[in-house]
Design a protein around this ligand. Structure first.
Ligand code: HEC
Ligand code: HEC
Length: 332
């Protein structure tokens, strides 16, 4: 079914784009590349973990900048010699469903970071993530094993057994993959900083943070990647993020696909030798405290801060799982 709808969507896009194309452009939506690029493990839990948990639990953040333990620390606490996959997934879901200090197996982490904030995760997806963590060696920070061995003085055991994902097959350089990589790494960087500010200083401070840091962060990612990285919207908060005609059309397509729960793929085009990449930015419950309904989701002091900085703000009134905007990325 999934396969079908994505094929349908591709067909639709091809039709749309080829019918209004000028001759200089070559247009393609490269679905096959996405499929073929799936790494040795196309375990769905890996991707879910990277998109849903790595904002906070990612392995590459420097120890000092962390807002939560790396996932391997959680694995090390939850794994025991004789635990079954089922028990491991149950334990993880029991915590994530409704995190609380009582249920915690990681007192040290709770003391350092505070209890994990409640987020409305889907049980099925948490179980897929747990299955992945249970069966595979997951990415871990370089310092982690040594840290466990030296500092915990035998209180905690280092555990990260499992099948190894082949990094060489996981790396892929098709235009679509590179675009996705730019989008996801920027998302991670923005998300990490945003969540960290909300956790430590509250939502109102986080508005000021977005105002000051959203551009510098995307720009520094762009420089590091040698690409142009933009977040644009049909209803922008910052007027500099207004989508152009082309981008508006693409936003519309993603909106339709997502509203009808169709599978969607990134759109890439080659224009004058440059890759143009588009991918939707969707809302989750966390976003609503700054982009939701003004009299229901957004705290009045937060709203005041937003209105002051952005008198022309159009970026409210969203619900979860809506298209807030798109990544519009250009690279050689
Ligand atoms: C907004 C940041 C954030 C996100 C996103 C997040 N976590 Fe956490 N998580 C934390 C923090 C902070 C802790 C450490 C404090 C604690 O244990 O509650 C934690 C701890 C945990 C623990 C250990 C709980 C314990 O103390 O025994 C588990 C299990 C966990 N997270 C699973 C997940 C999974 C699975 C995801 C993705 C679906 C996820 N987390 C996403 C912040 C986050
Ligand atoms: C703490 C408040 C806050 C939260 C939470 C928040 N945003 Fe924003 N968002 C902002 C501010 C402020 C801007 C304007 C940034 C700028 O000036 O560049 C913005 C801008 C954006 C933009 C760029 C387009 C535009 O409207 O200017 C997108 C896309 C976006 N946010 C998506 C999201 C998504 C998706 C989430 C949830 C995952 C989210 N935001 C959560 C405050 C927030």
């Amino acid at each position: 079914m999934k396969h079908y709808s994505s094929l349908l969507l591709t067909a639709l896009m091809l039709l749309l784009f080829t019918s209004c194309n000028d001759s200089k452009k070559t247009t393609y939506t490269d679905n096959t590349a996405v499929k073929e690029s799936l790494p040795a493990t196309n375990h769905p839990g890996k991707k879910l973990m990277e998109t849903q948990c790595y904002v906070c639990h990612n392995p590459s953040t420097h120890e000092k900048g962390r807002i939560a333990p790396p996932m391997v620390a959680i694995k090390s606490h939850y794994m025991t010699d004789d635990i079954t996959q089922q028990e491991f997934a149950d334990a993880m879901w029991r915590f994530v469903e409704k995190p609380s200090g009582n249920k915690s197996k990681m007192r040290g982490a709770v003391n350092r970071f505070g209890v994990m904030p409640y987020q409305p995760f889907v049980e099925e997806e948490i179980r897929q993530i747990a299955d992945y963590i249970y069966n595979y060696k997951i990415d871990e920070p370089d310092w982690f094993k040594q840290h466990v061995e030296e500092e915990s003085q035998g209180k905690m055991q280092y555990r990260n057994e499992g099948k190894v994902v082949d990094k060489t097959t996981a790396k892929n350089n098709s235009p679509v993959d590179r675009g996705l990589e730019y989008a996801m790494s920027t998302k991670k960087e923005l998300g990490k900083n945003l969540m960290g500010t909300i956790q430590k200083k509250g939502t109102k401070e986080a508005v000021l943070f977005c105002n000051k840091q959203a551009y510098p962060i995307t720009d520094s990612m762009a420089i590091a990647q040698n690409a142009t990285i933009k977040r644009v919207s049909d209803k922008p908060r910052n007027q500099q993020n207004q989508a152009n005609q082309k981008e508006l059309k693409i936003i519309d397509q993603f909106k339709k696909a997502i509203a009808s729960k169709e599978d969607y793929q990134p759109i890439t085009e080659l224009v004058n030798g440059k890759n143009h990449f588009y991918y939707p930015i969707t809302t989750n419950s966390m976003c609503l405290q700054c982009h939701g309904t003004t009299d229901k989701d957004i705290n009045p002091t937060v709203l005041t801060a937003i209105s002051k900085l952005y008198p022309e703000d159009k970026a409210t009134g969203y619900d979860v799982n809506e298209v807030r905007g798109i990544w519009s990325i250009t690279y050689e």
